[in-house]
Design a protein around this ligand. Sequence first.
Ligand code: PNW
Length: 448
Amino acid sequence: MKLPYTFPKKFVWGAAMAATQIEGAAFEDGKGESIWDRFGKTPGKIHNNDTPIVACDHYHRYKSDFALMRKLGVKHYRLSIAWPRILPQGRGAVNSKGVDFYHRLIDSMLEHGITPWVTMFHWDLPQALEDEGGWRVRGVTDAFSEYADTIVRAYSDRVKNWITLNEILCFTEKAYGGGGKAPDTNDGARVVNQTYHHAILCHGHGVHAVREHGGRGARVGLTDNSHVTIPLMETTEDIAAARKEFIRLNSRILEPIYHGRYPAEYLRSAGADRPTWEKGDLDLASLPTDFLGMNIYTGGFVRAGRRNVPETIPFTANYPRADAPWLHLVPEALYWGPRWVKEIYGVKSIYITENGAGYNDEPPVGGELFDLHRRNYVRACLKELHRAIEEELPVNGYFLWSFLDNFEWEEGYSRRFGSVYTDFTTQLRTPKLSAHWYQRVMAENRLI
Ligand code: PNW
């Protein structure tokens, strides 16, 4: 008999982290400055004026971190490579010590029985490129192409799973449109639209690099943090409204990537602020991929309003949320997200590349930390994901964000997403209840 909430046989269970959030060693072994290093030096930008200079010191502790992963049953790990470690100036001279670091890292992962899933870009743009205009200028796309070629050539003998970019929204609109992410400027809609265009172009360059240099069995996709819309009621009308709203909110990224064109609606509403592009750009952006990565933490409820116009329902002040203020607890998003991208864009393979919850956890007591709040939310999310799979949506894997508590960008170190508690003074790691629970889930391939 099949036990309840069993997942498919080859389902990929993993955990995720990103370079800037864990590595530290921000200025070691020839690494160039990133925009987040610079941001950390700018008073008032990051909560508590925290900086990513040390983070989890994973740069020096990766072996014991992988030993801990192995002990906790993590067999797939989504990591990112720091662009400024490889190309300190963003392009040109390669920093061999940086390249060697990831050789050692990947070897160590494999020795610990952990399969790497590598994100090429998780927000840490080399400051040298930002000084030239960063994502605002087309030059960034040539530099990225050089970077992508360099890392795929270097690591493709051992890395078979590639993710081009993490969450375009967060390093374009939230970075240049006043959203609090580095470099946190407010350049207006025209510039923001152009940064999006450069990002989707880089995605294309990343796909091309994997096709060109990835070797046999290499796979590549984008990780998007689509806004997930949830029908207020599962009625025909609300479902249609939520679907329409999903398209409105996400098509400026997903349509060029899946159909090689910008949505007419988006171009119309952008008007004079629309991006400019060159011939061939949208062909590059829409090169076929092998999967879509989705980072899903939350969602928004939508109903069919007057004349069936989609209406987003505001969250009440007492709607449950995590300590991360944006993180309303909406587990249904793990069902509706995959459903929309399959229905609307025909996506054939989906990995949840991040899901989790950020809380200001209290330190462990007697070596234990009962993060029931996190465990219960993750379990609720996985139930919804299981529904998606039951309904034959093509979800093939799930990565918990995050393995360790780490540098949570502009929220600094206070906001913890880890399944393992990090004491940032002693660098001691203590697995939380959620890690022990997730270990059983992965081992038994079902919700317990
Ligand atoms: C993701 N939002 O960021 C990132 O990929 C991670 O690096 C980060 O640590 C994690 O989620 C937790 O925040 C997001 O406002 C940032 O909806 C903001 C949002 C979503 C995801």
